[in-house]
Design a binder for this molecule. Structure first.
Ligand code: PLP
Length: 484
């Protein structure tokens, strides 16, 4: 009997692989050696990349070298270079080389970290590095961490656990067709949008995410939170969770977690802390205060793929009691039952079954950089942001527009004599486009109290003082051109 394909060599031959991988290694080394040789933002029209690619996959395999050539010719010119030291948009990130190497190893092992037995080392390393990270950040010792792909999924998981802890058996009976109270989630207008998405997905509804008012520094007002909860209870609604943010997306404002946590405790409401960006800064003794009150919360998310030099994706959900997440999600079909005993089966902690071996890249990075070097880098990013803010404040044509406790500065061009908000928005939006079109730097924007403002975020391993000085020079140069 002839088995089709049985004699076909589909396995990569070791010698070819070594050569191909060395080629990739050289490319990465050259690339990371100087990402600033590329424009940060590609000057490209939508559709240009897809137009350069064939409509169909090839019938016959192609040589690796040819694919690499097309990678360089078609793909790289359309890349936005997050590794560029003058990438200052959103939250700037970059990947440590050791983490990139670990990603290759994880891909080679290609394990699915779902049951302990589907890879004991991966499962146990995850627990160990979670403890390492928790200790570096000053998390309560008894809390445990679980890795998810993103903070959005971790936040969704935390709210699902909060929903489970209400004891309404929504997991089994659902929300529709039954008499359950309206569930409410308390956040602020500064809370990241994934909380609203989680409310959509969990059947809570966007309208039931309450925007608790903030103070002038964009921090949740605890007294307003108390009032909102009391009002909802009077109307027969059921508080589900409070979301406090340590380092909001627009400004990095820090909600008063302790005061919020005391209310959450008193009212018996789940408190989730979103420290996706800023959590790692708690590794610095001078920023340990970022964790103040977290011991009273129920869950906290931090993203090593943001400011801990880990490539996408790796987000950590720390939990006071991981059993609540297990109660929300564990479900074992016959074909996944085991007799492994008291082990942690990671498939019980969320919606995903097969999970990537993400702990490996965090382990490599924490060991290769070491905590001291990581702290130095975080400190230097924060210091650079403070310098930038000072330059802005010293120039009468410019202004910072929010407190800047960490490595992000919100600011705008505000020339003397122009005070109309619509005019200032037009001017700053044009300035944003102009500086980004240079390909020399990349910033993004937000709105604060309806005012359009620019954001400069520092978080890249390669960003040095000269890059921030250059950015300030480009901003002023382009602003002068616009003012003419
Ligand atoms: N929370 C905060 C405070 C963020 O700034 C972000 C993204 O910037 C997120 C959550 C979402 O992160 P992710 O992309 O990991 O879902």
């Amino acid at each position: 009997m002839v088995i089709p394909g049985a004699n076909m060599s589909i396995v990569i031959q070791a010698r070819t692989f070594e050569k191909d991988f060395a080629r990739v290694g050289r490319w990465i080394e050259e690339y990371l050696g100087d990402p600033s040789r590329y424009p940060v933002l590609p000057a490209l029209a939508p559709g240009e990349v897809s137009d350069a690619l064939p409509d169909r996959a090839p019938e016959e395999g192609e040589p690796f070298e040819q694919i690499m050539a097309d990678f360089e010719r078609i793909i790289v010119p359309g890349i936005t270079h997050w590794n560029h030291p003058r990438f200052f948009a959103y939250f700037a990130t970059s990947a440590a080389p050791a983490a990139i190497a670990a990603e290759a190893l994880a891909a080679a092992l290609d394990v699915k970290v779902m049951l302990w037995r589907t890879s004991p080392s991966a499962a146990e390393l995850e627990s160990v590095v979670m403890r390492w990270l928790g200790r570096l950040m000053g998390m309560p010792e008894s809390w445990t961490g679980i890795i998810y792909d993103t903070a959005s999924v971790a936040g969704f998981t935390a709210l699902a656990a909060a929903r489970e802890s209400l004891g309404l058996d929504i997991r089994e009976d659902g929300l529709s067709g039954r008499d359950v109270p309206v569930l409410r989630v308390y956040a602020t207008a500064q809370t990241h949008s994934h909380i609203e998405k989680a409310a959509i997905a969990l059947g809570i509804g966007r309208r039931n995410v309450v925007a608790v008012p903030c103070d002038g520094a964009y921090r949740m007002e605890p007294a307003a939170l108390e009032r909102a909860i009391a009002q909802d209870r009077r109307e027969g609604m059921l508080p589900l969770a409070i979301v406090a943010t340590v380092g909001t997306t627009s400004t990095t404002s820090i909600d008063p977690v302790r005061a919020i946590a005391e209310i959450a405790k008193r009212e018996r409401i789940w408190l989730h802390v979103d420290a996706a960006y800023a959590g790692v800064a708690a590794m610095l003794p001078e920023f340990a205060y970022l964790m103040d009150g977290v011991d009273l919360a129920d869950s906290l998310v931090v993203n090593p793929h943001k400011w801990l030099f880990i490539p996408m994706d790796l987000s950590v959900l720390f939990l006071r009691d991981e059993a609540t997440v297990r109660r929300a999600f564990s479900l074992t079909p016959e074909y996944l039952t085991t007799n492994d005993g008291a082990v942690r089966n990671y498939m019980d902690y969320g919606i995903q079954l097969g999970r990537r071996f993400r702990a490996l890249k965090l382990w490599f990075t924490l060991r290769h950089l070491g905590a001291a070097q990581i702290r130095d880098r975080l400190r230097s990013h924060i210091a650079l942001a403070q310098h930038f803010a000072q330059w802005v404040d010293e120039d009468p044509q410019w202004e910072t527009t929010a407190p800047h406790p960490l490595s992000l500065v919100c600011f705008r061009y505000h020339p003397r004599g122009i005070d109309d908000e619509a005019e200032l928005e037009r001017l700053n939006a044009a300035l944003l486009d102009a500086v980004n079109a240079t390909g020399e730097m990349f910033i993004s924007h937000t709105k604060l109290d309806g005012r359009y403002v620019l954001r400069l975020a520092i978080g890249n391993l390669r960003t040095a003082r000269e890059d921030v000085e250059a950015a300030w020079g480009i901003l002023r140069r382009e602003a002068e051109v616009l003012a003419r």
